[in-house]
Design a protein around this ligand. Structure first.
Ligand SMILES: [Mg+2]
Length: 408
């Protein structure tokens, strides 16, 4: 078979703004401003045989769309089966812009995903079969819960694990959720800034979280601060998770080689594609590190890629799924995946097994794609001004919370 790539098209959309209680770590003010904005970027790779492949790119979708337009001419006439060679060709062509930057990596990810989709469709087999075959038929998921009420509503739907977080009264939130849901449900904490915990606060909070038997403690410190992460890892007896903002095996190698994490969380839309996810999983396996792909702001196409990878690797722990962020998540793709008893079934159709509704994408043009800060008038960051909240005010607030707890 001599298939040739003819064209790449991008599909950029605004997905809406999620309600604050659906996002465990949203920094939300009394007036309902939230830091999360959803833009999704999908792409399709076309071939002269009529087979198309679909992919998704995260990182900074509006900027990545431009990157893909720059990269596209490199692919014209290439055989889409040569996935590794095409990946390396794009890396060499773009490395002047940074080897592990998320914009370049987001672009490579969407293209790589689409090539695996094409190969699966051409060979009439699901992508997991191309990755070594299936180890499991379904993948466990976890939801987000900022409150005990939301955790209970997820539990009532059959979901068996929830993540909460943020840096405000983190221990209190975990305690309230544990009391509400009982011992069966797994709980995770994402400290997700800004503001980030200082290293010592991350350790103090981590120690206070130890009795709650968390599945993991995520991004206890700013993810670029590798030495701080090492101190937390040495000091806190909870599995540590990180890695959602890293791309490629080179971006994550310190975390893996130094065993600074127990759980790696590559983002399926920007880690470098299915090709890199599989390599990351292998590096992790050598260190007994588990994989829990990040999904936070991702659209629904990347979830299919995550399921195929997780089906085929031995060290798949759990997949993030923000069930109720934006309703369009369940309209813009076909088929829609519904969780059952806290699991997603691995898709069995050839390729990734998903397509997008192009009309719906067109009807929702992209909007600004940076966080909207809270309104200082809401008093969310007292004392002081909004501009200084990032570190100082969090430190005051954390100290107060811990003192109140220790004095009953
Ligand atoms: Mg996170």
């Amino acid at each position: 078979m001599h298939v040739k790539i003819t064209e790449i098209r991008t599909f950029l959309m605004h997905a809406g703004n999620p309600p604050p209680d659906a996002i465990a770590t949203a920094t939300t003010t009394a007036r309902g401003h939230t830091w999360s904005y959803r833009n999704w970027l999908f792409l399709k790779v076309y071939t002269d045989e009529g087979i198309t492949g679909i992919g998704e790119c995260s990182g900074w979708p509006r900027v990545i769309e431009t990157a893909i337009k720059d990269i596209s001419p490199l692919l014209a006439g290439e055989d889409p089966f040569d996935i590794e060679r095409i990946w390396q060709k794009i890396l060499v062509a773009t490395m002047g812009h940074g080897m592990t930057g998320i914009v370049g990596s987001g672009a490579m990810t969407g293209i790589d995903m689409a090539l695996w989709d094409i190969k699966g469709k051409a060979l009439k087999t699901p992508v997991y079969n191309l990755l070594g075959g299936k180890m499991r038929d379904r993948i466990r998921i976890y939801g987000h819960a900022g409150t005990p009420e939301r955790a209970l509503s997820l539990k009532a739907r059959g979901i068996t694990a929830v993540k909460t977080g943020g840096v405000v009264d983190t221990v209190g939130k975990v305690e309230a959720i544990r009391n509400a849901v009982g011992d069966e449900m797994d709980i995770m904490v994402d400290a997700h800034g800004p503001p980030w915990f200082t290293t010592k606060d991350a350790i103090l909070i981590g120690k206070a979280l130890e009795p709650y038997d968390l599945l993991f403690y995520e991004d206890p410190v700013a993810p670029e601060n590798v030495e701080a992460l090492a101190r937390v890892q040495d000091s806190v007896d909870i599995p540590i998770a990180a890695g959602e903002r890293l791309s490629h095996i080179w971006g994550a190698r310190q975390l893996i080689e130094r065993e600074l994490v127990d759980v790696l969380q590559p983002d399926t839309g920007r880690a470098g594609g299915i090709t890199q996810m599989k390599k990351l999983a292998a590096l992790c396996e050598g260190h007994y590190i588990l994989m829990a792909p990040h999904s936070g702001s991702l659209g629904p196409v990347a979830e299919f890629a995550a399921l195929h990878v997780m089906a085929a690797i031995p060290n798949a722990l759990i997949l993030e799924r923000v069930e109720d962020d934006v309703p369009i998540r369940y309209k813009v793709i076909e088929p829609v995946l519904k969780q059952e008893k806290g699991y997603l079934k691995v898709p069995d159709a050839p390729g990734l097994g998903v397509d997008i509704n192009e009309e719906l994408v067109k009807a929702n043009p992209s909007k600004g794609n940076v966080s909207v800060p809270g309104d200082p008038a809401d008093g969310a960051y007292e004392p002081g001004t909004f501009d200084e909240h990032v570190y100082f005010q969090q430190r005051y607030r954390r100290g107060k919370t811990m003192r109140l707890r220790s004095h009953g």
